[in-house]
Design a protein around this ligand. Structure first.
Ligand SMILES: [Zn+2]
Length: 479
């Protein structure tokens, strides 16, 4: 079939409505709790019935980001793994997807998801949606490969016909292996290898041996005079306050604030990533320590920002199978401290346009990718099966869009406090969120209206491949 014939057949479905898709089970408290666990969302209005009863909701509600998960058809209809034979889905998007797969467009990624919330869902609600196939794009060249964007709109109601929300959803179906070739490195100086074991080993001597012994045990040992109690850094043989030689240590909590910083561009040596932000970190206990800053871009650094330690085992005992007789070395680095969830809902009167949310660095591990996909009832293999993800042109499993959306919602509502009401969530996905690439969430207030309490918060979550999520959360703060 020629590309034109294929496009004509695909576009034959544009404007078509699917059958009513009815959820197999009602919205339920256990499924809400699983979602909250996967996102790390501690908002009590989702899981604490007593507290929720006293809230503006008057009882437990489901996180708004879950609008489109409840009527998903489940494992047999979604995965290649089909324990039970089942008739193929006959909604227009499924038909378009099958045509595209037969034509070799087997890769799939979600690109946009926009949820508009008419009211929060509650346990017991029976959900359904009707799908409208809005558009199939012509063949496009994308970084992932040649493909077609498929856009659907979904109207969500309860079984009684009450409108609860809407979704605009766009995916890209692409041919693996047809993406942009990586830029040619010919003539370019290769970037230094960032493997930490290539770093120069620190000079360890009798004065700082105890410090490095502590680092190896992931203890931040702060030298302390046993006579006058002064703490200081780095270790010295003699107390600068009282002159005593009796120096012990106290173990720091690993928290501090950014006192000053520098960003190193040159010279570049192996073992580091550049540009390299280096901070002077004022520890909670008082002394200041120089350390690399991770999970934060140079333009996101702010004096006074809260930081927490992240240990780097820079020289493991075993490197690529060879034992290093000089022993392992660990060093402290600092990343933005995990923001605390606000207990009292923020009032719009105290918020201004341009206010920045604290940065949040999320370590991304396979368990969270899989847990997020399952908690959002998404059984697409690229979110849990690395072999199939590789076959489909991906480098590894990656967050499904509902997890990215859920984490964005958690990030913003942790900042607003528990009773802000989310009215819309809009995301565009860019670079995939693969395991072991930490995601840094940054946000700022786009607009806020002190009279109505309405606010729009812009969010970007970035990993070393680039922006993963670019989106907005629209909500109503406390008046
Ligand atoms: Zn002293």
């Amino acid at each position: 079939m020629s590309a034109d014939d294929l496009l004509a057949r695909l576009r034959g479905f544009v404007g078509a409505q699917g059958p009513v898709q009815v959820a197999r089970h009602p919205v339920s408290a256990p499924a809400i709790a699983d979602w909250c666990d996967a996102m790390g969302d501690g908002n009590p209005v989702y899981t604490d019935a007593d507290l929720a009863a006293k809230s503006r909701h008057g009882g437990l509600v489901a996180p708004p980001a879950t609008l489109d998960i409840w009527d998903r058809p489940g494992l047999p209809a979604q995965a290649r793994f089909r324990p039970v034979a089942k008739a193929p889905a006959d909604d227009p998007r499924s038909k378009v997807m099958r045509l595209l797969e037969e034509a070799g467009f087997v890769g799939v990624v979600a690109v946009n998801s926009e949820l508009e919330i008419a009211r929060y869902l509650r346990p017991g609600d029976r959900l359904q949606n009707v799908q409208l196939l809005e558009d199939v794009s012509e063949e496009k060249k994308t970084a992932l490969g040649i493909g077609h964007f498929v856009t659907t709109r979904h109207r969500y109601t309860t079984a009684d016909g009450e409108h609860v929300g809407d979704l605009l959803f766009r995916i890209l179906k692409f041919r693996p292996g047809t993406g942009a070739a990586p830029p040619s490195m010919e003539g370019a100086r290769p970037a230094p290898d960032p493997a930490p074991s290539l770093r120069p080993r620190p000079g360890i001597n009798r004065d700082n041996q105890s410090l490095f012994d502590g680092y190896r045990a992931h203890e931040l040992r702060i030298p302390r005079c046993q006579v006058c109690g002064a703490t200081f850094f780095p270790p010295t043989p003699r107390c600068a306050t009282c002159g005593a030689f009796d120096i012990g240590y106290t173990i720091g909590a690993g928290r501090g604030t950014l006192y000053s910083f520098n960003v190193v561009h040159h010279p570049q040596v192996g073992g580091f990533r550049y540009p390299l932000p280096v901070g002077l970190v004022e520890l909670e206990e008082g002394p200041r320590i120089v350390a690399d800053l991770v999970g934060v871009e140079a333009d996101q650094l702010q004096i006074g920002m809260p930081l927490e330690v992240e240990w780097l085992d820079s020289h493991p005992a075993l490197v690529e199978g060879a034992t290093d007789s000089r022993g392992p070395i660990s060093v402290p680095q600092f990343r933005p401290a995990t923001p605390r969830r606000r207990e009292e809902t923020l009032s719009a009167a105290t918020v201004q346009d341009g206010d920045r949310l604290p940065l949040w660095v999320l370590p991304v591990v396979p368990t969270q990718i899989v847990a997020g996909a399952l908690a959002t009832r998404d059984f697409q293999d690229v979110h849990h099966d690395r072999d199939l993800a590789l076959q489909k042109g991906s480098k590894d499993i990656f967050f499904n869009i509902n997890t990215s959306l859920g984490l964005m919602e958690r990030y913003v509502t942790d900042w607003t406090g528990p009773e802000a009401v989310v009215t819309a969530l809009r995301v565009r996905l860019g670079a995939p969120a693969y395991p072991y690439l930490p995601l840094t969430f940054a946000g700022s207030v786009q607009t806020v209206d002190a009279d109505t309490g309405r606010a729009v918060v812009a969010v970007q979550a970035t990993n070393e491949l680039g922006p993963h999520v670019t989106g907005t959360v629209e909500l109503e703060l406390a008046p």
